[in-house]
Design a protein around this ligand. Structure first.
Ligand SMILES: [Zn+2]
Length: 90
């Protein structure tokens, strides 16, 4: 992500930083059987072309990588991940 605010797509130089709350769902009907993965990243938005960028933290990235998108869940994760994420914030 650019530090100088320059958009990687249109090069406008107007990219701005926001805070985000993003729920990541697995695709397809079977994906609905997996828990939602919540992330709360800084989001960089270009007001010129609409490109939005954010980085997923390592723990949430691991869950996305290890969860079967066909709805089999994450075997190493005993609680729904969204529930765990809420617990960590309180
Ligand atoms: Zn742009």
């Amino acid at each position: 992500m650019s530090i100088d605010g320059e958009c990687a797509t249109c090069g406008s130089g107007q990219e701005r930083e926001f805070t985000g709350e993003i729920a990541i769902h697995f695709p397809g009907l079977k994906g609905l059987e997996n828990p939602i993965v919540w992330v709360f990243p800084k989001v960089f938005v270009c007001p010129n072309c609409g490109l939005a960028k954010f980085q997923i933290p390592q723990e949430e990235l691991r869950v996305l990588g290890e969860t079967d998108p066909a709805g089999e869940g994450l075997t190493a994760c005993p609680l729904p991940f969204a529930y765990q994420a809420r617990q960590r914030q309180s």
